[in-house]
Design a protein around this ligand. Sequence first.
Ligand SMILES: Nc1ncnc2c1ncn2[C@@H]1O[C@H](COP(=O)(O)OP(=O)(O)O)[C@@H](O)[C@H]1O
Ligand SMILES: [Mg+2]
Length: 344
Amino acid sequence: MSTAFLTLDGISKRFDPRLTLGDRIAARFGATVEDRPVRAVTEVSLTINPGETLGLVGESGCGKSTLGRIVAGILPPTAGTVTIDGEPVLHNGRKVTTRVQTVFQDPFASLDPRMRIGDTVAEGPIAHGLVTKANAADYVRGWLQRVGLEPDFADRYPHQFSGGQRQRVAIARALAMQPDLLVCDEPVASLDVSIQAQIINLFLELRRDLGITCLFISHDLGVVRHVSDRVAIMYLGRIVEVGSTEQIYRDPKHPYTRALLDSVPRLVLEDDALVEFNAITGEIPSPLAPPPGCTFHPRCPLAVDACRRDVPALMADGTDRLVACHVRAMERNAAATTALEEGR
Ligand SMILES: Nc1ncnc2c1ncn2[C@@H]1O[C@H](COP(=O)(O)OP(=O)(O)O)[C@@H](O)[C@H]1O
Ligand SMILES: [Mg+2]
């Protein structure tokens, strides 16, 4: 039996176009109006183990936030299920659990400017009976302290804080709900580099001390490497590779993962063991019209006929790593055949 704590099973999300009256009239007169659905997420199956941080990486627009919002129960998927310990996160399109909480990129937008931050942090826990009104002040002070803020800051308003402090408040608000899973969507992307490091250290401390399970979304491979136990690489709505952080960064298997790593300065990766790769070339295709077969094939230096025709399945490569690549699968088969012949 799997010990998976969070399970995503066959998650897809399509955004259907909302044509305005103007669009429809224009279309009647022969104008080209975009009416194809956006395939933001396609057939994603993933698991996160208890206490684990899974990093989700990919270029802008590949579907990371959409997947994160589905995991958090904020957005219903078009197909597939999300379960925590076997319990669905959504029921009839509504979030039915407080076990998942979120931290977003922009802490300014996610905090109510008119509320004292103590009240912001206390609101959810009081509403869900995690703390009584009478005990809320102490409860909040405890969480503020836990994220590295002065307990007395509870009386202040969001504008009195720096970006990093506001993100700490957003983290305290999420933790005060005592979640089992935290979905963090680009939580340090809007912060200065020095502040990013402080918030990343806070995440590392929280994971160590509270054993929190986390889906950590970022376009930044350097950030993901620091916080993740395992990493999933997303391209055009699909997961193309999943492995331990060590496997992904030392020995990427999918040509897209290799290209992504190669596009990052060595300094950020702090790794001289990486082999030289060719830089990523070509544009990301539109999710309105994904290419047939492997969606990466138009940009892939290794592509063969099968890649233009069939979607590669995400398959184990003999270890606990998963790779969706025809060429890698063929290489594994060839190696297995050679091994058989040599053994004969
Ligand atoms: N509410 C929406 N309506 C229509 N298209 C959307 C919506 N949200 C996201 N998309 C599209 O889905 C794709 C994935 O977006 P997103 O999940 O935000 O990617 P990422 O977080 O990786 O940058 C993009 O093409 C984006 O334009
Ligand atoms: Mg995003």
